[in-house]
Design a protein around this ligand. Structure first.
Ligand code: SF4
Length: 326
């Protein structure tokens, strides 16, 4: 492991000052410490933020929920308001990682986690994300688990988070505190597609600290849920996943929020699927027709063509589960 210094902060301003000087924030450490052991990450300074007052879940004035960045995955998954208002969030969390990791990992760290591309974690392989300009070993290597949407010639890695897919579907916002004050970034703008700079993964300015994720108020009743398809039933990342939320009133779908995971370089919002649903009456034929649009624009690689069809089936199945019509 590369030598580093360690500092612990107890106040958000102190944290931002340390971050502005180049310190890396650490909370649960469930990703960063692994990457440091593998020498993929070599921070000079770790800034321990676990003492900051960012561990609450509160209702917002507008009727949504604000989940503090230091709330652990297990705390968020078990929270009564998360479970009743946004089951898609609690289900995505419960299908992530292992119980031990969920007890340590935080919501802020979860959305910041780095890809599981095996070449990224192998410091002997070419990887533009780890070593810009070196190439991408996955493009012509084993790419079965890689992305089919949002890829570039520089990187085809998926974003590994499940709860980020739920946040993308619900159009959450990320609250940030930086040297110049606070700002709120729509989730769809927070995580960046690779383009020609895959090493830049989030729209964070120097020193900015995630303070919370805000889920907006949505019309009630809202049915929602998360489906994850993977090679084994636990402790595994998604091959495909679907986060679905539907507001159905008077037998008509009034609002639809749908996003996919395991297939995009970022959590992949599916606006064409959503548009197909709104204004229609739930039916098996509707779910099939809407889900058929889920893979629009997909560019599969040599080993992951199966994801094109698997994604459509994943979305269709979860629309049936949430929509309640066979
Ligand atoms: Fe690196 Fe991205 Fe290529 Fe994986 S897909 S080797 S993370 S550049």
């Amino acid at each position: 492991m590369h030598p580093f210094s360690y500092t612990r902060v107890s106040d958000t301003r102190e944290a931002v000052d340390a971050g502005r000087r180049g310190g890396r924030y650490i909370a649960g450490g469930t990703t960063l410490v692994d990457l440091m052991r593998e020498t993929v990450e070599r921070p000079e300074t770790l800034v321990d933020i676990t003492g900051l007052p960012l561990g609450e879940i509160t209702a917002t004035e507008r009727g949504g929920l604000r989940i503090g960045a230091l709330v652990t995955m297990s705390e968020a998954a078990a929270h009564a308001k998360v479970r009743t208002l946004y089951p898609v969030v609690s289900e995505a969390l419960e299908l992530s990682a292992s119980a031990q990791l969920r007890n340590m990992a935080t919501i802020g760290g979860n959305i910041m986690q780095r890809t599981r591309c095996t070449y990224f974690r192998d410091v002997t392989a070419d990887c533009n994300k780890r070593d810009p300009g070196s190439g991408c070993a996955a493009l012509h290597g084993v790419n079965r688990t890689h992305a089919i949407l949002g890829t570039s010639g520089a990187c085809v890695a998926t974003h590994p988070s499940d709860v980020a897919v739920a946040f993308a579907a619900l159009e959450a916002r990320v609250h940030l505190l930086g040297p110049d004050g606070t700002r709120r970034v729509p989730f769809s703008d927070f995580l960046l597609r690779p383009g020609s700079t895959p090493q830049r993964e989030q729209a964070l300015l120097k020193g900015e600290l995630i303070t919370a994720v805000e889920i907006p108020a949505l019309p009630r009743p809202l049915r929602s849920g998360y489906l994850k398809v993977r090679d084994r039933q636990s402790y595994e990342f998604a091959l495909t996943s679907a986060a679905v939320a539907l507001h159905i009133r008077g037998g008509v779908i009034r609002e639809a929020r749908v996003a996919a995971g395991g297939v995009g370089t970022v959590p992949w919002k599916l606006p064409a699927v959503e548009r197909h649903l709104v204004g229609e009456r739930p039916s098996g034929a509707l779910w099939s027709a809407a889900a058929a649009k889920a893979s629009d624009g997909a560019r599969p690689l040599q080993h992951n063509r199966f994801k094109v069809e698997l994604l459509k089936r994943t979305v269709e199945r979860q629309l049936r589960v949430v929509g309640g019509t066979k």
